[in-house]
Ligand binder design. Structure first.
Ligand SMILES: Nc1nc2c(ncn2[C@@H]2O[C@H](COP(=O)(O)OP(=O)(O)O)[C@@H](O)[C@H]2O)c(=O)[nH]1
Ligand SMILES: [Mg+2]
Length: 231
């Protein structure tokens, strides 16, 4: 079962990089080089990522935790499946009395089994105001994306979704009952867009009550099926 656990990034992303992708990857990390050939750039990227993975204890801890989380998901899924099978085999009257006692048990079991089969995992970052949550997440994103302050700063729920290294960064604002609005972040407008994003994250206007902002950004330490929630 452990073979199904896939929590670490592989070299696949580097293999499929084109020259622009490789250049962007190196530029974003401020890595100076004199390579002109794509293959040379890819080799440099492979060396950097492998060295980082091998020496980064945080990355190792994160991989272990995610792998454990996935294993627990699979174990729970197995328990629910066995329970569901067992329920089906019960004599009719016993089954009916269980269904009366635990309302909608069949559909609940089906929902849980379905949810547990999805590899997505949300990491909740919680702590007191000024504990350093936003600062920590900015470190993971390698950029001051979230506002930080000794006073209460982030007041809107944030969901950070790691994206591929060369993918375009963007954020989506979900206001109550409205179609989400998408803001694309490019190399040219990055500062301006981050200022806009931070304004939205600290906004205390009534229409921002229960708002959620989804941020699509590179998080080199995390796999793509993990999201971070900052309530
Ligand atoms: N000295 C120190 N200050 C920190 C550290 N992390 C965050 N801060 C500061 O503490 C304040 C609150 O941090 P912030 O990330 O906004 O906390 P949050 O409310 O939990 O999101 C900011 O002024 C940060 O600059 C840290 O590790 N050491
Ligand atoms: Mg904060």
């Amino acid at each position: 079962m452990i073979d199904e656990v896939k929590c670490t990034k592989t070299d696949d992303n580097v293999d499929s990089m084109d020259i622009d992708g490789a250049k962007t990857w190196l530029e974003r990390r401020d890595i100076k080089h004199y390579h002109v050939l794509l293959e040379d750039m890819k080799n440099l990227i492979r060396t950097i990522t492998q060295t980082q993975l091998a020496t980064d204890p945080l990355s190792e801890a994160m991989t272990k935790a995610l792998s454990k989380c996935r294993q627990m998901q699979l174990d729970f899924s197995e328990i629910y499946k066995n329970f569901d099978e067992g329920l089906k085999k019960l004599p009719k009257d016993a089954k009916t009395s269980i269904q009366t006692e635990f309302k909608k048990i069949d559909s609940k079991l089906a929902t849980y089994i379905q949810r547990l089969s999805e590899p997505n995992c949300i990491i909740l970052v919680a702590g007191e105001t000024s504990a350093g949550k936003s600062s920590f997440l900015n470190l993971l994103m390698e950029r001051d994306v979230l506002p930080t302050s000794h006073l209460a700063a982030t007041s809107t729920i944030c969901l950070i979704h790691p994206i591929e290294l060369e993918s375009t960064r963007y954020f989506e604002v979900h206001l109550n009952g409205k179609k989400p609005k998408k803001y694309i972040v490019s190399k040219q407008n990055e500062n301006e867009m981050l200022t806009k994003l931070q304004k939205k994250l600290v906004c205390r206007e009534e229409r921002y009550r229960n708002a959620r902002v989804d941020i699509y950004w590179q998080v080199p330490l995390l796999d793509y099926n993990v999201s971070i929630m900052l309530p």
